[in-house]
Design a protein around this ligand. Structure first.
Ligand code: LLP
Length: 440
């Protein structure tokens, strides 16, 4: 397992990093005005606190960047989706992307109208394709030739299903760089040499209506250039499809907009305005140059909307001091946040109660039966078992990637910042855990 050991950030020097909505009042961390210690007492720990004001603010920033170019926004539900959040996202006027039957069922229970739901997924099973054919979503982003063939065979007589083809544009972006390759390193989408086959399949399936092309190039991207490069590749593909007689009226340019998660000096913040302007302008210029009509543009961010709205509260279970290292073991783990273990992801952690005294370097660990280090950080020396810690930027890909490893229970989610705290998801119970087990 790769464990990245970045220089820990110094508490105090870096308080300006806090996601908005976090502050110390009377020595206690507050999130959207709610005392974090009270939330922990009321709901227990681990606890995911979701700041609804921060969600609203992120959506407002996205809108400000997108509206001048008419870019439509869909929320990528894989980042975090529970019924109450789906409902809120819908009320905010965003469309919703789902990537499984489970996410679709969540959207349905929230009352999100099917026409505002797009089905994604890199390998959709028969039930998922059938749900799309049954009109439970507005359209499907088809991820490959095999899937297109299966959909074409399943499509009986009936109404037309709108589809978008996910393309492998060969642009793959990582946090700080991006590569233009033949795309051989990515399993996602339809490669240029498969486009002819896609068009042949579509010609034989008139009940599938091709509306657009899609490409998502990665996640937590900090630079604007790869988004523009991807947009240019999509316009080039649009021309190939148009030349072959298809009508493409929509380009979906993916998600992946990076957020600052840590005061590490190597971390950056994406210039969102520049990224959106760059992609929209690239499409406009490229379509003008090729004499193509300007398509509708869409993006599908996940992390940008919920990442910094989420804060995990943990209680310290033990401090272990050895010669070279000090470990703080918390009551969370890679089960409720696998990101540090999976990606070496860094989350900024602060004490819930301001603790006087010196600082020292601590390795934060989860309580699972693994070396589930959650990062090296600088924390007050006075912290002891029983104290609370807050892990910032934990809204995206934590709860949604959580597991029951060690048969731990998934934490509750409490939403703050819009009236009294609201429970969005209760803590799992051992009954929940055992409900799938048989006594065979
Ligand atoms: N669209 C598609 C097709 C995607 O696959 C994804 C994310 C998104 C949009 C949203 O990307 P975002 O805006 O959230 O970056 N588990 C990893 C991230 C995996 C992203 C998967 N796809 C992490 O925790 O960093």
């Amino acid at each position: 397992m790769l464990v990245l050991r970045a220089a820990p950030a110094k508490l105090g020097e870096t308080m300006s990093f806090f996601p908005p909505g976090h502050s110390y009042d009377d020595g206690i961390l507050h999130v959207a005005g709610e005392r974090a210690d009270r939330l922990a007492e009321t709901y227990g720990t681990p606890l995911l606190v979701l700041d609804l004001r921060e969600i609203d603010a992120s959506v407002a920033r996205l809108r400000a960047a997108c509206d001048p170019y008419g870019v439509r926004i869909s929320y990528a539900g894989k980042a975090l989706l529970v019924v109450a959040l789906a409902r809120r996202i819908d009320r905010l006027g965003l469309a919703l992307d789902v990537s499984s039957l489970g996410e679709l069922a969540t959207a349905e229970r929230a009352g999100v109208p099917p026409e505002r739901v797009t089905m994604h997924g890199a390998g959709k099973n028969a039930e998922e394709l059938q749900a799309a054919l049954d009109g439970r979503v507005g359209r499907v982003v088809v991820d490959g030739i095999d899937e297109l063939g299966r959909l074409a065979r399943m499509r009986g007589p009936g109404s037309v299903l709108d589809i978008v083809l996910r393309l492998n544009t060969g642009i793959e972006a990582h946090t700080h760089d991006f590569v233009r390759t033949a795309g051989d390193d990515s399993k996602f989408g339809i490669a240029p040499h498969e486009e002819g086959e896609a068009l042949r399949l579509l010609a034989s399936a008139p009940a599938l209506r091709l509306r657009g092309l899609h490409a998502h190039i990665g996640s937590q991207i900090y630079e604007a250039a790869p988004f523009a490069a991807n947009a240019q590749k999509l316009v080039a593909a649009m021309q190939r499809f148009t030349d072959a007689g298809a009508t493409i009226d929509t380009l979906i340019l993916g998600g992946g907009f990076g957020i600052a998660t840590h005061p590490d000096p190597t971390d950056e913040t994406l210039d969102l305005q520049a990224a959106i302007a760059g992609m929209a302008t690239s499409v406009r210029e490229a379509t003008d140059a090729l004499g193509l009509p300007m398509p509708s543009l869409e993006i599908e961010p996940g992390r940008y909307i919920v990442g910094n709205a989420g804060t995990s509260l943990y209680r310290i279970m033990a401090i272990k001091r050895y010669d070279r290292r000090t470990f703080a073991i918390v009551d969370g783990s890679m089960a409720d946040n696998p990101r540090p273990a999976l990606y070496g992801a860094k989350h900024y952690v602060v004490p819930v109660r301001e603790t006087p005294g010196g600082l020292h370097e601590v390795t934060l660990c989860g309580r699972s039966c693994e070396n589930d280090e959650m990062g090296d950080m600088v924390l007050p020396q006075g912290l002891k078992a029983g104290d609370l810690l807050a892990m910032c930027s934990a809204g995206a890909y934590t709860y949604s990637m959580a597991s029951n490893y060690n048969r731990f229970l998934r934490p509750p989610i409490v939403a703050v910042g819009d009236g009294p705290p609201q429970l969005y998801a209760r803590r799992e119970t051992t009954g929940d855990l055992l409900r799938c087990d048989t006594d065979a």
